[in-house]
Design a protein around this ligand. Structure first.
Ligand code: ZN
Ligand code: ZN
Length: 438
């Protein structure tokens, strides 16, 4: 999940932009010139408004953090969201795709419709941050920062609601359930099936994720694929058990599992283009009951990640082929289950280019281009239907102890960055609602 390059914290001039490092793993791009765009937008009134409501954004985030809810169970969070949207005079729909909430802020009907999305679910993890607003639910924690996503999007809704009279289009606020529930297909797909991209039809969509890999106040994005496709596999190796002292009378599935784990790594190292991102990880191995019994079977489970759908199909077929061949070589059989989770998250290049420019104007932040990350997201389903952009907001801050990665029981958000996140969402919606998409 780690990116391959670490952005520096060098320039912090108002809205500095750095088409940093690489356009892809294959090409090095020249540093994007710092245009005078930053100067043009040096007075960003939305940021002033975000700063004015920063306290409320933080309080909202802490309230949600203390009462985390797992995928598809975000009832309390959804109620909080709906109440706040109604208070702002925004039309609200609840129960969308399960616990999802949609807010619709109507401006000029001639303008474009922009959707902003925040995911709401927490993870099954026991929090160990020791913070004063730590989770009050044992075994459930907002360890991926979705609490901050909800708070930032409500902050953006507040800013935009204050500007409804000069809003050039319509903004839809999508509060989505179950991003973390990849095995169940995730919440984005359910919201799409419930019709959130229609009536009015969404022209552009944006999503933001807080991310510990990047320094605080850094926006990170790229055109094209930004996150991986994910899939899971489960391989049952069927041997023939017997006595530990006489392996020749058995077909030892533990031995075969060891060969297979090693062979599967040949996919990444020998069979996929070395400059094409791909991961095959065996993450669970189960077999046997005691030290002198060769068991009948062994089960391996793992994940695969690629940023290209064709590579994903190839990796999946190689997992199946290698499993069958290795097992056959040693007289065993196998059952291979491959399951798709989320597709590649692909930013629309034209929208990303404009979003990058807009983010670069936000004072006190830095906007950088990053290589694709091998995390996966169900925001990918939205981007298959609507042009848009997914971007990260860094939250790594050593001086505040915000150093543990997302999904760690010690993950902490640098709350000072949330005002920039709220500002960025409001700004993108405001600017794109004035663009003619039809
Ligand atoms: Zn996560
Ligand atoms: Zn997440």
């Amino acid at each position: 999940m780690a990116p391959t390059s670490k952005p520096s914290q060098a320039s912090r001039a108002p809205g500095s932009c750095r088409r940093a490092a690489r356009l892809s793993n294959r090409h090095f791009a020249p540093q994007r010139p710092k245009s005078n765009i930053a100067a043009l937008h040096s007075t960003n009134s939305f940021l002033d408004e975000a700063k004015a409501i920063e306290g409320q954004i933080v309080i909202t985030r802490r309230r949600i953090h203390a009462r985390p809810e797992l995928a598809f169970k975000e009832h309390r969070t959804a109620a909080l969201v709906a109440e706040e949207l109604r208070r702002l005079g925004i039309r609200v729909e609840t129960g969308v795709g399960g616990t999802g909430v949609v807010g619709i802020l109507e401006g000029d009907p001639q303008g474009s419709v922009v959707a902003l999305r925040a995911d709401m679910d927490a993870l099954p993890l026991r929090e160990q941050t020791g913070s004063e607003f730590a989770s009050k639910k044992v075994g459930v924690m907002h360890a991926c920062g979705h609490d901050s996503h909800v708070a930032m999007l409500l902050g953006a809704a507040r800013i935009l609601a204050n500007h409804r009279t000069n809003l050039k289009g319509t903004v839809k606020f999508l509060f989505q359930p179950a991003e973390e529930a990849a095995e169940e297909g995730g919440g984005a797909r359910l919201m799409i099936e419930a019709g959130v991209l229609e009536k009015p039809k969404v022209d552009y969509i944006f999503g933001l994720h807080i991310f510990s890999n990047f320094p605080s106040r850094t926006f990170a994005l790229r055109p094209g694929p930004i996150m991986a496709a994910s899939g899971t596999f489960r391989i049952r190796i069927i041997g023939r058990g017997g006595h530990g002292s006489a392996p020749h009378q058995t077909i030892d599935p533990v031995f075969v599992a060891a060969q297979l784990i090693t062979a599967l790594q040949g996919i990444r190292s020998r069979m996929v283009d070395p400059i094409e991102p791909a991961v095959v990880s065996v993450c669970s191995v189960h077999s046997g009951t005691r030290n002198n019994i060769i068991p009948d079977d062994a089960v391996l489970e793992g994940t695969m990640r690629t940023v290209n759908e064709a590579t994903k199909r190839r990796v999946a077929s190689l997992i199946r082929g290698i499993s069958n061949s290795v097992c056959r070589t040693f007289g065993a059989r196998c059952e291979v289950e491959l399951r798709d989770a989320y597709p590649v998250t692909v930013n629309n290049p034209a929208v990303e280019k404009e979003a990058f420019r807009i983010l670069s104007t936000i004072p006190g932040t830095e906007t950088i281009e990053v290589p694709p990350l091998l995390v996966a997201e169900d925001f990918s389903f939205f981007l298959r239907k609507v042009p848009g952009t997914y971007y990260f907001l860094g939250t790594r801050n050593e001086s505040k102890g915000c150093v543990s990665p997302n999904h760690s029981s010690r993950f902490k958000v640098d709350e000072d960055v949330m005002k920039y996140g709220a500002d960025s969402l409001a700004l993108l919606a405001f600017e794109f609602s004035g663009r003619n998409a039809r």
